[in-house]
Design a binder for this molecule. Structure first.
Ligand SMILES: Cc1cc2nc3c(=O)[nH]c(=O)nc-3n(C[C@H](O)[C@H](O)[C@H](O)COP(=O)(O)OP(=O)(O)OC[C@H]3O[C@@H](n4cnc5c(N)ncnc54)[C@H](O)[C@@H]3O)c2cc1C
Length: 340
């Protein structure tokens, strides 16, 4: 089995953590198949990046590091990936599912006459064939499958393998020539505009997921709505705990019904059967009933806690490790004070 671990560098010339995770998987597969491993790297500083993984046991290191691939661009990245796949003669290509590769590798697969599968969570050799796994139908069914087509490109999900750790050295990387034409180069990135770090509420790398439910927008014990107070409390917690923000469907649906709700919440935050299934070490659900269509989105939250006025809520029925029966307005005020 000829395996290519295909990576790209970051702006500072280093390899993203996702690449090191994929390298762990590629090295293991090489051992399982008694195959050969090539490492291919695209981007600025690719030669230096190859040196940082020189001790991985790869037989060869191939790079495309010309100015054309210094910035992420579909046409040039696709041409570079195609060239590396062909130069390596790889039957199996393992690459991290970063935004840059998710965009360009399907095109590279077409050019290289390869098959491609995305969101791979496991790759292993099994009785002479390579068996992979990915989730289907919004992470409800885990499928195991193999393909006979070669080359076969597998885009690995981030966070499923431990990052490779090993020695640096001199990789003696070979630069692969790619002829980029003018059409390839016509898009250029003039800069990056992104929201302020505080404005980004969905943070996949956060330790804690904070989920807000529709209860925040309901009349409270004084008979009044306190939506503005809820917004302040939630944003204060997100900032102090550096938590990611999730929502129940009911809360985000209120917005489309024109009701007053939390302005910083969108459908992108929705967790559940028809929402997302985020991965975090801990989760805190507040003012959310914990019904099954919502709680099913919590399957990758390791430690689950909930705050609800109702001791009979769904969380209390085996869906959370700890349920605080109490008023989330009061509890979150106290938690924020403690975090200060
Ligand atoms: C096909 C289908 C798909 C669905 N997909 C999803 C999905 O992807 N995600 C999702 O979330 N839902 C989904 N749902 C909807 C789901 O069944 C629930 O209706 C929804 O999750 C309820 O939202 P909620 O718990 O925020 O609101 P509610 O059910 O209104 O619960 C509000 C909770 O807040 C509590 N509360 C109120 N005030 C306070 C306070 N001061 N302190 C503490 N607690 C308080 C109340 O006790 C109550 O339990 C789906 C439904 C269907 C039929």
């Amino acid at each position: 089995m000829k395996i290519l671990a295909l990576f790209h560098t970051q702006d500072d010339g280093s390899l993203p953590k996702a690449s090191l995770e994929t390298l762990t998987s590629a090295v293991t597969l090489k051992e399982q198949t008694s195959g050969t491993l090539a490492v291919g790297i695209i981007g600025k500083g690719a030669t230096g990046a190859a040196n940082t993984v020189a001790g991985c046991g790869a037989e060869s290191f191939l790079t495309v590091s010309s100015e054309a691939v210094a910035q992420a661009r579909y046409a040039t990245d696709t041409a570079a990936a195609d060239a590396l796949i062909k130069a390596s003669g790889a039957e199996l290509v393992l690459a991290p599912g970063t935004a840059r590769f998710t965009r360009c590798l399907p095109g590279a697969a077409h050019r290289a006459g390869a098959q491609i599968d995305t969101h791979i969570v496991s790759v292993k050799a099994d009785g002479g064939q390579v068996l992979t796994q990915r989730w289907f139908y919004r992470q409800r069914i885990l499928g195991s499958f193999s393909r006979t087509a070669r080359p076969w490109i597998l885009l690995a999900d981030v966070g499923v393998n431990a990052p490779w750790q090993g020695t640096e050295g001199v990789a003696d990387a070979k630069e692969v020539a790619v002829s980029f034409d003018e059409v390839d180069m016509r898009t250029s990135v003039s800069g990056v505009r992104s929201p302020a770090i505080d404005a980004q509420t969905i943070k996949p790398d956060a330790t804690v997921l904070f989920v807000a439910g529709a209860g925040w927008t309901k009349k409270q014990k004084d008979g009044q709505f306190h939506i503005a107070d809820a917004g302040v409390l939630i944003q204060d917690f997100l900032q102090k705990a550096k938590a990611s923000l999730g929502s129940s469907k009911s809360l985000v649906d209120l917005q489309s019904e024109g009701q007053e709700t939390l302005s910083f919440m969108t459908h992108m935050n929705q967790v559940g059967q028809t929402g997302s299934t985020p991965r975090h070490a801990k989760g805190l659900s507040t003012c959310c009933h914990g019904e099954e269509p919502h709680a099913v989105g919590w399957r990758f939250i390791n430690e689950r806690r909930a705050i609800n006025l109702d001791p009979n809520c769904g969380w209390a029925q085996g869906k959370a490790d700890v349920v605080y029966v109490g008023d989330a307005f009061e509890i979150m005020t106290k938690i924020n004070a403690l975090l200060s």
